[in-house]
Ligand binder design. Sequence first.
Ligand code: SF4
Length: 295
Amino acid sequence: MPDGLSFPRCYTARDVHAEAPTPVYSHSRISSFANCPLQYRYRYIDKLKSPVEGVEAFVGKIVHEVLEALYADLGRARASSAEDYTALFRNLWRQRATSSLRIVRENMTPEAYRDLGVRCIENFFRQNHPFEGAEVLGCETQVEFNLDPEGRYRMQGYIDRIDRVAPGVIEIHDYKTGSLPRERSLRFDRQLTLYEIAVRDRWAGVKEVRHVWHYLAHARKFVQRRAPEDLIRTKLATIRAIQDIEATVVFPPRPGPLCSWCEYNGVCPEFRPKTARPLPELEPGSLQYRLFPLS
Ligand code: SF4
């Protein structure tokens, strides 16, 4: 890890895109550039490893893993109770929680995050048990696809779950452990629209694709569809976003409200915690609190 103080405020590097002849992009990669070009550079060009992991991402990872295990053996899931899967969540939490976890929100504790994960699993189980009415085509399915006929703009992603609910009717499921979306923001969601492009590429005879978001902590489900022109618009906008990234040689920092959650704020010259708190004494193996104010 380079010394944060030695980083310049902006980068100028003309060879930064020489990493691969045809780089493969993802929704999160493009979002990272839109959020902060310097964060993009740290993550995707310099490939800096962060010594900390955000607790929100940690909760999400374990919740996804438990739901993947549930769908891997539906016979067992049908005969089980929600408590069987919340116990699995608690076990994984105990095994994996380390001192590299970072909590930003001052009013939250490790136990509160653990309980949030438990609530997500309970809500999902109670809403969906006995898990019937669809053929599961895949969980955590990796997709790779082109945005253009020549294959110049390549994308990849992992779809949380793909169901066939009727002949030619596919559902793309996405699990969220965070807060509810703002009104209408799902209309402009790029991620599942890109996944629909991938699904239509992979399976012949798809007549309808439904986008299904599960806001697990709130026991809320949202379902939408996209028109053919939405897919074209998203393809073109994503190609334009990739062209912007590839034309960039200067990656300036863009400080904002998300800086407190940025895994590189320990090295970023623009991060200014107003009142960073001293860390409490740690027991071996306990969670590390790193409290920064929300800017
Ligand atoms: S701390 Fe903020 S400005 Fe710095 S790299 Fe992260 S997001 Fe960008």
